[in-house]
Design a protein around this ligand. Structure first.
Ligand code: IRO
Length: 314
């Protein structure tokens, strides 16, 4: 029987699967569900300094081929997730997870939130979300290359704990080059590609209306729709980033084959968003079985044997 054991940063996980931030991780109860599930690890809902109610509803809809959301960063505030993270870390030091941090106010709140974590007892992994597409009037940080460079400079001037960045999808090879060049200058431990494809539009054919209320129906697209873009982003960064920067592959993972493809492109951990929302926690068990079947068929004993080994046509 092959193993799904995965080394990520300084931690070893039974398998690479996690939730994607935003799904099943708003409350301590949600997080407990993940902690007790078959997932190898989990990430918390992106937190802002202050608790937020988020955008007006309806703000999420499952679609035949994915999902659209404009949640608008609803969360219980950084202290809520940080206090819980510290408690979990003290109770089970070997059960690593990821604390997700965002910003509502922009640049300075990102810095302030990271300072809060630096000054806390939490010393586990942090995912800095530079790619929320759904706050009206606020652009996605990681589409501004100069600001991203400036932000990472400011943060790494004081931040000494392990962290990575959640990126939006990029669509141009030059942008992969530019962002990789920036990220390679900083002591980040990982990236997470991709966040949802921002500002898509889904129309209800019967009523000729949009399906979510915020931003006139514009929202982040996830699920099956986004897999080719997600794979391209994982692959593009895998071939451009320093070897010590690991990749969390997120986007369009519905089954074992999707997971296998993300790993083949170079991902180390794998996050599931839309399909977790649709299927619930049982998704983790199913996908692991499917991935193990594929590995068995191909004669692989471990993920390390095929990670990153996507073949090109000569
Ligand atoms: O609307 C959200 O809360 C949200 C966030 I922070 C994000 O990073 N990605 C997304 O699709 N939705």
């Amino acid at each position: 029987m092959p193993t799904l054991t995965t080394k990520f940063h300084s931690h070893t996980f039974e398998n690479p699967f996690m939730n994607a931030s935003g799904v099943h991780c708003m409350s301590i109860q949600d997080i407990d569900g993940l902690a007790h599930s078959a997932a190898g690890s989990f990430v918390t809902k992106s937190a802002t300094k202050a608790a937020r109610a988020g955008n007006p509803e309806p703000r999420y809809l499952n679609l035949d081929f994915g999902s659209i959301n404009s949640m608008g960063l609803p969360n219980n505030g950084l202290d809520y997730y940080l206090d819980d993270a510290i408690r979990r870390q003290q109770a089970a030091p070997d059960k690593a997870f990821v604390l997700s941090v965002a910003s509502y106010e922009g640049f300075h709140e990102y810095v302030e939130n990271m300072r809060t974590i630096q000054n806390s007892d939490y010393n586990g992994l942090v995912e800095l979300n530079l790619s929320c597409p759904n706050v009206p009037g606020k652009p996605q940080m990681a589409y501004d290359f100069e600001d991203t460079h400036r932000l990472l400079s400011e943060i790494t001037a004081f931040y000494t704990k392990p962290f990575g960045v959640k990126l939006p999808p990029y669509f141009d090879l030059l942008h992969f080059d530019q962002m990789a060049k920036i990220l390679n200058q900083f002591p980040i431990k990982f990236i997470n590609s991709i966040n949802s494809i921002g500002n898509g539009l889904y129309i209800d054919a019967k009523t000729d209306t949009v399906v979510i209320k915020p931003k006139a129906g514009f929202g982040g697209i996830g699920g099956e729709y986004v897999k080719p873009t997600a794979l391209a982003n994982v692959r593009a960064f895998y071939t451009r980033l320093r070897d010590d920067i690991q990749i969390i592959g997120t986007g369009g993972i519905l089954n074992g084959q999707d997971a296998y493809e993300h790993l083949l492109c170079g991902a180390t951990m794998l996050q599931i968003g839309t399909q977790l929302e649709k299927e619930g926690l049982a998704v983790f068990d199913r996908i692991q079985k499917e991935l193990l079947e594929i590995m068995t068929e191909k004669g692989y004993q471990s993920i390390d044997e095929f990670r990153g080994k996507l073949k090109a046509i000569d």
